[in-house]
Design a protein around this ligand. Structure first.
Ligand code: CDP
Length: 217
């Protein structure tokens, strides 16, 4: 497929666990290839925030679905949605099939935008865009991911406790990998990228090499 061929928007699917570095990597990739980018985690976070803001329960699928249907992709604000508590709430409502259906529909519509798109999340290569010609599964050890999340929070000037963050990362992995609907796992045809020993630039170069090879092939 030719990325310059506007009739067939090209999708780069990027999945992986919490704090694996998908976000930074996906933004860099989108910029490099001139593609539009959607961090699908923000869609789950926006639905969760709508519930939290209204004091609504996190365990009522009907109400959560309504919030999911009201999520506007244009209004997703990473700064506001990045709060740790919102991420925890997001992973709780992300187990609900009706919430997933609503958000996956919006994500699939986004994936058709021209000239191409980068979507990152947990189920892009397996469920949202199973036909994506390039799939990356970005991971790192739980210790490294907890350290990155810790540095990110402290870097923002907020207080953080490493042991708590480490425990949260493991809990989130269990929830994301253990749920019945769209569990986090690499697609069969995904390229695995373990960034435990890589900085941002090395991870980007490794991802770019994989994408360029896949686009040529
Ligand atoms: O940034 P972080 O890795 O903490 O999480 P995120 O990508 O913002 O996603 C927050 C939560 O939304 C995840 O823990 C998942 O439970 C859920 N999610 C999902 O189920 N499917 C996606 N495609 C993206 C996120």
């Amino acid at each position: 497929m030719n990325p310059a061929d506007n009739t067939t928007p090209l999708v780069i699917a990027i999945d992986g666990p919490a704090a694996a570095g998908k976000g930074t990597l996906s933004r860099q990739i989108a910029e490099t290839y001139g593609f539009q980018h959607l961090d699908t985690g923000l869609t789950y976070r926006a639905a969760a925030k709508a519930l939290l803001d209204r004091g609504l329960p996190l365990n009522d699928e009907g109400i959560a679905e309504k919030m999911a249907r009201d999520v506007e992709l244009a209004g997703l604000d990473r700064e506001i949605l990045s709060a740790h508590a919102i991420g925890e709430a997001a992973s709780k409502i992300a187990v609900m099939p009706a919430v997933r259906r609503a958000l996956v529909e919006a994500q699939q519509a986004f994936s058709k935008r021209k000239p191409g798109t980068v979507l990152d999340g947990r189920d892009i290569g397996t469920v949202v865009c199973p036909d994506a010609p390039v799939k990356l599964y970005v991971t790192a050890s739980p210790e490294v991911r907890a350290r990155r999340r810790y540095d990110e929070i402290v870097g923002r000037g907020d207080a953080a406790n490493f042991d708590e963050i480490f425990a949260d990362v493991r809990k989130r992995d269990e929830r994301d990998m253990g749920r019945a609907d769209s569990p986090l796992k690499p697609a069969k045809d995904a390229h695995l990228l373990d960034t435990s020993e890589m900085g941002i630039e090395a991870a980007f170069q490794a991802a770019k090499a994989i994408i360029d090879a896949a686009l040529k092939g």
